[in-house]
Design a binder for this molecule. Structure first.
Ligand code: NAP
Length: 284
């Protein structure tokens, strides 16, 4: 058996083409003013610079604008908060993305939580997380929301199935666990203190790698027929799962690259369009 490819690249293109039409409707309603995603980058981390550029490019592809704020590496928490306050108050801005990670001296949680709920299109605030977990309307954290969208697109059954998420970060593992639980999966969350990790992973009908260590999850940890979602993106285009050893035994898998990564950007843009539609009175 060769696993079905869960093609995030193709699905993200399809999502972008749908969004282009919705952005046109917003432009018509707003006298030609495009929705704006504001990005804040603190410092010069090369990967972060690339991610912010990719997000700006995605905005332009669907007809939106992006305002890019680039703060120096020595910025203080107060400087970041001041930028967020300005963007919160600006009615032309519909979404705010603070690129993670920020330099050590900046209190990331404080900054994330300063983002107004309506503009939290990357789903990073505690309030947004809590509302999402409770099944109330909120923008979901972009990467887990992208994974859920990809699983839904390929009609991967979740209800009653055992999902094992390896990683519990605030932007990935933890919110994904809540989303999977809300979709009626039985969820186990693993982390650096988990004991007998290979045995726990072997129980997963759906296994998610969200660790940040290249090929950390070995092929022989994966149960035959499992669905493998590899959220990791490490040097050398490697994911967190030893994918070459998994492709022949799993029922479906996300490739690296071209699986979860493009979906993250698509969800960020989609959630900005949602926010802009609400602001324009095109949705409630
Ligand atoms: P993170 O904040 O570093 O979190 C890593 C998680 O892995 C932590 O919960 C940690 O456990 C757990 N972990 C570390 N070592 C472990 C071990 N030996 N056994 C079990 N669990 C272990 O990373 P992240 O931001 O969630 O990112 C994870 C990966 O996803 C990275 O490769 C990143 O590049 C990728 N990512 C991709 C996208 C995308 O758009 N494609 C977006 C975000 C992240 P503790 O909590 O106990 O420390």
């Amino acid at each position: 058996m060769t696993g079905l490819v869960l093609d995030g690249k193709a699905l993200s293109k399809q999502i972008e083409s749908e969004l282009t039409g919705r952005v046109k409707a917003i432009l018509d309603r707003n006298g030609g003013k495009a929705p704006i995603l504001a990005t804040i980058l603190v410092g010069d981390d090369p990967a972060s610079v690339t991610y912010v550029r990719m997000k700006g490019n995605a905005c332009r592809r669907v007809g939106m604008e992006s305002t890019q704020i680039h703060l120096p590496p020595e910025s203080t928490t107060e400087m970041v908060l001041a930028e967020i306050d300005q963007l919160n108050a600006d009615p032309a801005v519909h979404g705010i993305l603070l690129q993670h990670p920020v330099p050590k001296q900046v209190e990331e949680r404080l900054c994330f939580d300063r983002i107004a709920l309506a503009k939290d299109v990357d789903g990073v605030t505690c309030l947004g997380f809590g509302r999402m977990a409770m099944g109330e309307p909120a923008h979901g954290s972009a990467t887990p929301a992208g994974i859920m969208r990809l699983l839904a697109h390929y009609k991967i059954p979740l209800e009653g199935r055992r999902a094992v998420v390896v990683g519990r970060s605030p932007i990935l593992g933890k919110p994904l666990a809540m989303m999977l639980m809300n979709a009626n999966a039985t969820v186990t969350v693993c982390h650096s203190r988990t004991q007998n990790l290979p045995d726990v992973v072997r129980q997963g009908d759906i296994v998610v790698g969200a660790v940040g260590k290249a090929e950390f999850i070995k092929g022989d940890w994966i149960k035959p027929g499992a669905v493998v979602v590899d959220a990791g993106y490490n040097e050398g285009n490697l994911g967190d799962v030893e994918l070459t050893a998994v492709i022949e035994k799993c029922s479906a898998y996300t490739p690296v690259p071209g699986g979860v990564g493009p979906m993250t950007i698509a969800m960020l843009i989609a959630q900005t369009v949602d926010a802009a539609e609400k602001a324009a009175g095109l949705s409630t």
